[in-house]
Design a protein around this ligand. Structure first.
Ligand code: FUB
Length: 597
């Protein structure tokens, strides 16, 4: 598909003024389908299927994960689960659903069972929302030839697995999420519950496939694909998880060039979002689909309004901070390029040709950037990154150049001066050079004379200056384990999970402001789950703000703890202490390149 998008981009660049690219579909580097959103620790993840380029059937071999915090810029997490995960599966990595329970993520998927030739439901499991996922049970969880699993965990803890085409089934999952009690049971497809279809005696109701069952304000919803083909999205509601269901009407009409549609609905940061797929990318269609999203508002009685597909997508929530390291695979639009894994386990922008570009939406430059840094590699003779504002041919704020680095995974950091990048702007990183692939881009970061970082000695280049210990432990500067520069901060002798390196931020914070935290952490012994916390003490109370979600760190490499949180207090602030802790254990830690902005 890359070639098709690149060709369209090249034609547009030649004949038209640079367009302000729309942001739907949300992924442009591959075809994606069957979105399943999940909110976890302040991020919205969307799990998708992957239509192979040029497919003439549902040729799908792996699943993909993307995430966002602002609904505009999406981070590509690659493919943490594929048919190969399930040794018993032969084909058809179709529409799945991920749910979290007790710190584990369960990915229910329909795949073809090699032994029976029938569709069955498998379960992948991981301790991270971005995987990698492994086969949880080594065999199908349930098999009756039907597809499209979806899980609801009710308020009383009872989990239900729903699935089905042409029927609609449910079974009660046990709390281990990988076994069930009782037998699969059919939900009666009555016309009262699922509407009336005409002209198909085998399917008297509108229900086709893709159930998305959730509970909101005490009401149970089933949002489903209706009346193939072409499908549209409709919904029913019920007072309980197994019914009785009442048909409530169409949400998204037939539209968008794909004869299937498949919805996922989620609330995130005060907004309600409706995910779906269509055939909107170049080369797109019924077997080359793309995931998109719209924002909507429920009626006061819980009704879901009619939603139409747009190319603009939802409004951006907040701005993107250019003064912390940003992964290059976080984009609102990626034209002509692909993403691929790096040797270090991350994801890089790859296959960049002259004229390809990345759009990063709503970048908050503030009073102005002075320089740009990027981590690049090139197995050819390199190329240029043009830093442009407003459009792919907009104001040129700077140009960074690299030569060949001796390989596509041989990384080097390049820097160049920046002028004119102020306020909030859409940033375009445009690749320029000769013919053939130019360079791989792993990450980028701007600097400003005052970049707003509230932490002092954030890279420990001045030893332990500015850092204290929260609880017990001893601090030192390490010169043997560093992420950048010549030093990192080391802590040893922690005696409780909440002990860690700290900074006193009293007097540095604004009440009610939202801060982004970035901190690179590495373990000295085990694989603890680390997080950054802010203890906010007033005359009457101490409250704790989770600045980053807990993330597993290891001895083998650096892990970025990153998150965004609003900090507020009532009355006079007597102390605000930021500290790194672990959810359990007392392993020593290293810390480098920290920022709070
Ligand atoms: O992606 C393969 C199939 O197409 C899904 O399982 C269905 O829901 C439909 O979207």
């Amino acid at each position: 598909m890359r070639a098709a998008v690149a060709a369209v981009a090249a034609v547009l660049a030649t004949f038209l003024p640079a367009p302000a690219r729309a942001d739907n579909p949300i992924v442009q580097t591959v075809y994606t389908a069957d979105p399943a959103p999940l909110v976890h620790n302040g991020r919205l993840y969307v799990y998708t299927g992957h239509d192979e380029d040029g497919s003439t059937y549902f040729t799908m071999r792996d699943w993909r994960v993307y995430s966002t915090t602002d609904m505009a810029n999406w981070t590509d997490h690659g493919s943490p689960m594929s048919l190969a995960t399930f040794s018993w599966a032969s084909a058809d990595a179709w529409a799945g659903h991920v749910t979290e329970r007790n710190g584990r993520f369960y990915w229910y998927v329909p795949v073809k069972n090699r032994a029976t030739g029938r569709m069955a439901i498998g379960v992948g499991v991981s301790s991270s929302p971005t995987g990698p996922f492994t086969d949880a049970i080594g065999r199908p969880l349930v098999e009756n030839g039907e597809i499209d699993p979806n899980v609801l965990i009710d308020d009383n803890g009872q989990a239900y697995l729903y699935w089905g085409n042409p029927n609609l089934w449910y079974v009660r999952l046990n709390t281990d999420m990988i076994s069930y009690s009782g037998s699969p049971t059919q939900i009666p497809l009555t016309t009262a519950g699922y509407g009336t279809r005409t002209g198909n005696p085998n399917r008297p109701t509108l229900y086709e496939e893709a159930p998305w069952v959730f509970k909101r304000n005490g009401l149970y919803y089933n949002v489903f694909a209706a009346e193939c083909c072409s499908e549209y999205i409709a919904y029913s509601t019920a007072p309980g998880p197994t019914g009785p269901w009442t048909y409530r009407g169409t949400i998204m009409p037939r539209q968008g060039g794909s004869f299937t549609n498949h919805a996922g609905v989620v609330d995130f940061n005060g907004g309600s979002y409706f995910f779906y797929h269509n055939g909107a990318l170049p080369g797109g269609g019924g077997f080359t689909r793309s995931v998109a999203v719209e924002r909507f508002t429920y009626g006061s009685d819980g009704t879901i309004p009619a939603i139409t597909m747009t190319t603009a997508g939802p409004p951006q929530a907040g701005t993107l901070n250019p003064y912390v390291r940003q992964e290059a695979e976080t984009t609102a639009w990626a034209a002509g390029v692909e993403t691929e894994p790096t040797s270090g386990g991350g994801i890089t922008i790859a296959n960049t040709d002259n004229g390809d570009y990345l759009k990063i939406k709503g970048v908050g430059f503030g009073t102005g950037a002075t320089s740009f840094q990027a981590r690049v590699a090139s197995g050819t003779s390199g190329g240029r990154i043009e830093i442009r504002l407003g459009s792919p041919t907009g104001t040129l704020a700077g140009t960074c150049t690299t030569g060949g680095t001796g390989g596509w995974q041989n990384w080097t950091t390049i820097t160049c001066p920046i002028t004119g990048a102020t306020g909030t702007q859409d940033l375009y990183l445009r690749f320029a050079g000769g013919t053939g692939y130019l360079l791989n881009l792993d990450w980028w970061q701007f600097s400003a004379s005052g970049d707003g970082n509230l932490l002092v000695n954030s890279g420990a280049e001045n030893g332990t200056d500015g850092w204290q210990v929260f609880g017990a432990g001893s601090l030192s500067a390490s010169t043997s384990v560093v992420r950048s520069g010549t030093r990192s901060l080391a802590i040893s002798g922690r005696t409780a999970a909440w002990n860690g390196p700290a900074q006193d931020l009293t007097g540095r914070l604004t009440n009610g402001a939202t801060y982004r935290t970035n901190m690179w952490v590495r373990s000295q012994s085990g694989t603890p789950s680390a997080k950054v916390t802010l203890a906010v003490t007033t005359a009457t109370t101490t409250g704790y703000v989770q600045l980053t979600p807990a993330t597993t760190v290891s001895t083998g490499g650096w892990t970025l703890l990153t998150g965004s949180a609003t900090v507020a207090w009532t009355g006079a602030l007597s102390r605000a202490a930021l500290y790194v802790e672990t959810t359990a254990g007392t392993d020593g830690l290293y810390l480098d390149d920290a920022s709070l902005q």
